[in-house]
Design a protein around this ligand. Sequence first.
Ligand SMILES: Cc1cc2nc3c(=O)[nH]c(=O)nc-3n(C[C@H](O)[C@H](O)[C@H](O)COP(=O)(O)O)c2cc1C
Length: 215
Amino acid sequence: MGPGQEEESPTEQMPLLSPYQMRPFRFSHRIVLAPMTRSRSYGNLPQQHVVEYYAQRATEGGLLIAEATGVSPDAQGMGLIPHTPGIWTKEQVQAWKPVVDAVHARGATFFCQIWHVGRASDMEEQPVSSTDRPIEKNEENYFIDFATPRPLTVEEIPGVINHFRIAAQNALEADCSECAEEYCCVECCSYQGKLHHLYILCPSFDYASFTLQIL
Ligand SMILES: Cc1cc2nc3c(=O)[nH]c(=O)nc-3n(C[C@H](O)[C@H](O)[C@H](O)COP(=O)(O)O)c2cc1C
């Protein structure tokens, strides 16, 4: 360092470590744990080891996004993505609470990510989607013969919206009930062919209304 030069603060040296306001949340740095499916939630219940997993990754003022979490039994896809957690029962809410508490105890924020895997789901009769085209086999998905889905009927859509709504309420209950945080948040997983994603791609569908009704 030359004469007259001031030493840079850690946040000037590394913007990733600078605070970030994402209203109404204020994070003390910009490193976020991305949602990552772990396939270890046997019986669709987060297990005790998940408490340690998320607590280890929680930092003061940080943000963690949970692994994708099913909104209903029909939303899961055991064939491709087994043993994912759910948030449609009170038992699942209770199982999430120690996870969220451990993350909060370390000063971090936890967003639950909710999903319906659409064409990849294991519905008893037929998976539902926005389309009747099955998932094609490719280099990644070569080991499963996916069932041919059927598009949701207009009459069925409110039922799916209701599953998302209840799941979101449950997630907030797991997150907010005993914590001092004023705000909590839920993220909808909408990529790679999940139910929401295919509706975003569907030109005739009012996706905004779908999402707003869940909210
Ligand atoms: C094993 C694995 C599981 C993932 N599970 C989810 C998930 O549950 N929800 C989600 O939105 N993204 C999921 N992703 C995507 C990641 O969150 C991330 O967006 C993706 O890996 C791109 O980031 P990267 O380029 O740093 O790997 C997963 C990725 C991996 C590798």
